[in-house]
Design a protein around this ligand. Structure first.
Ligand code: PFF
Length: 456
């Protein structure tokens, strides 16, 4: 807490919203959301997802904002500042570790987006058949060197922005990248929806098929909401520690939730109508973005090669920007922790994190090719990391954040943060507390058990 008076912060409310939205909008929206939707009944999944975001995601986001802004510390120090001398500090450390590990493997996929920008821009997609797209992706992702090159470039970009600081690095870059991202996502969705034969894809996304709704769909939607909103590892609480005292936590959470959902649905509107228009089943799975989609763009706009070129390049730039605003937030969690806890300069803290994440990234990348025979619990290193962080560490830390604010933190602080210490009305306060105390912990425990296959 000793840094409070000299602590840097976001320069404006809009900057704070765009940075937090940048963390939330990422590969989870454009890569994971469409195939989850495709897998789980289209619009029915979307309706349930919306319910999860608003009933359960936003209160936890406000709780994380509360922890960050009140403590004025990165997540690693926040619990210690708010509950000194207790074991709660370990929840903060868990968040830092989770962010560090996620950054390691997330950057590998983020690097792939740059390879695809490059391929799209240099005409690498032109004239390829669907099987050639499969081979292209497999050869690239299993290559020992090329993905590492892009991984390094991506990490360096992230590093460079982090070193510039909170206002000049994170906030300024979000203010530039997020508007470009919105424009690209809207334009690409318009292109896709206006293709002849696109209606089937639109219908798939907007007409609910409730026959596909099982408890599994419900829990899958909660898990997706959690990852997509960057909850559970203190990313948003670290950003909230840079919020001004007049930033409205409820309103900011609502804006971030709406932006994140808007981008996810538009990503669906880019992929499904275009895929249906050319008669390709939007095959569920991670391959959607790196194998199906380049093929869809070639076929859909193949008659006008310039349009195929523009759409492919724009799409992968969109993906790279979305990934970059998220890797920045992941990096910031650990950098801010080292900076505050061990009093390293920001530059030195960022170097340590960048080097550490590169090591994890190299191992994760090689695990998909050369090192695929080394397994942990039957999974390669990349999949094992994904499983450990997204499916175990995030939900565990999320339950603790909800319990901490719902049950442990002083009531006057919890109410004070939501109302900006009396400046705002708080009609939803009782509901918010009820969700934090009961609904969110139970919901997250259910996701957790489902992910581990404990619900049968
Ligand atoms: N929300 C990001 C996405 O949807 O891709 C991923 C993410 C970023 C998860 C930051 C967790 C986090 F703390």
């Amino acid at each position: 807490m000793q840094h409070n008076h000299e602590r840097v912060g976001f320069g404006s409310k809009i900057g704070a919203i765009l940075a937090a939205a940048g963390s939330a909008v990422g590969l989870g929206n454009i890569w994971r959301f469409p195939f989850e939707t495709g897998n789980h009944g289209g619009a029915a999944f979307i309706l349930i997802y919306l319910g999860c975001v608003f009933i359960f995601g936003l209160p936890i986001m406000i709780a994380e904002f509360t922890i960050g802004r009140r403590s004025k510390a990165s997540t690693g120090g926040a619990y210690q500042a708010l509950a000194p001398g207790t074991k709660w500090k370990w929840v903060g450390y868990l968040g830092v570790l989770t962010g560090f590990l996620i950054l390691g493997y997330y950057s590998v996929v983020a690097g792939w987006t740059l390879e695809y920008v490059w391929q799209a821009a240099t005409g690498g997609f032109a004239g390829k058949s669907s099987t050639e797209f499969i081979t292209m992706f497999q050869e690239f992702s299993q290559d020992p060197l090329r993905p590492l090159l892009w991984l390094f470039i991506f990490m360096l970009l992230t590093h460079f922005i982090i070193v510039k600081g909170v206002e000049k690095g994170i906030e300024r870059s979000s203010k530039v990248m997020m508007p470009i991202l919105f424009i690209l996502v809207v334009l690409l969705a318009i292109c896709s929806v206006t293709l002849p034969g696109a209606e089937k894809g639109v219908e798939f996304l907007l007409k609910p098929d409730f026959s596909k709704v099982t408890p599994d769909v419900f829990l899958g939607a909660m898990g997706q909401a959690f990852f997509s909103l960057s909850l559970g590892m203190g990313c948003l609480s670290t950003y909230a520690s840079y919020f001004g005292k007049d930033t409205r936590l409820g309103r900011t959470a609502m804006s971030v939730g709406l932006i994140d959902t808007f981008v996810a649905i538009l990503a669906g509107l880019i992929m499904f109508p275009a895929a249906f228009a050319v008669g390709i089943q939007p095959d569920a799975g991670p391959s959607l973005v790196f194998i199906t989609l380049p093929n869809v763009f070639q076929q859909a706009f193949g008659g006008v090669p310039v349009l195929a070129w523009i759409c492919s390049v724009a799409f992968y730039i969109l993906l790279a920007l979305a990934a970059l605003t998220s890797t920045i937030s992941l990096h910031e969690v650990s950098t801010a922790f080292l900076h505050e806890k061990f009093h390293f300069t920001r530059g030195r803290a960022a170097c340590i994190i960048t080097c550490g994440c590169l090591l994890i990234g190299v191992a994760s990348s090689l695990a998909l090719g050369e090192w695929s025979s080394y397994t942990i619990g039957g999974m390669n290193f990349f999949d094992a990391l994904d499983f450990l962080t997204a499916k175990i560490m995030l939900p565990v830390a999320g339950v603790f954040a909800a319990i901490f604010v719902g049950w442990v933190l002083d009531r006057s602080i919890v109410r004070g943060e939501v109302t900006n210490y009396g400046a705002l009305r708080s009609a939803y306060y009782p509901l918010y507390i009820f969700i934090l105390r009961f609904i969110a912990p139970v919901g997250i425990v259910l996701i957790f058990m489902n992910e581990l296959g404990l619900l049968g």
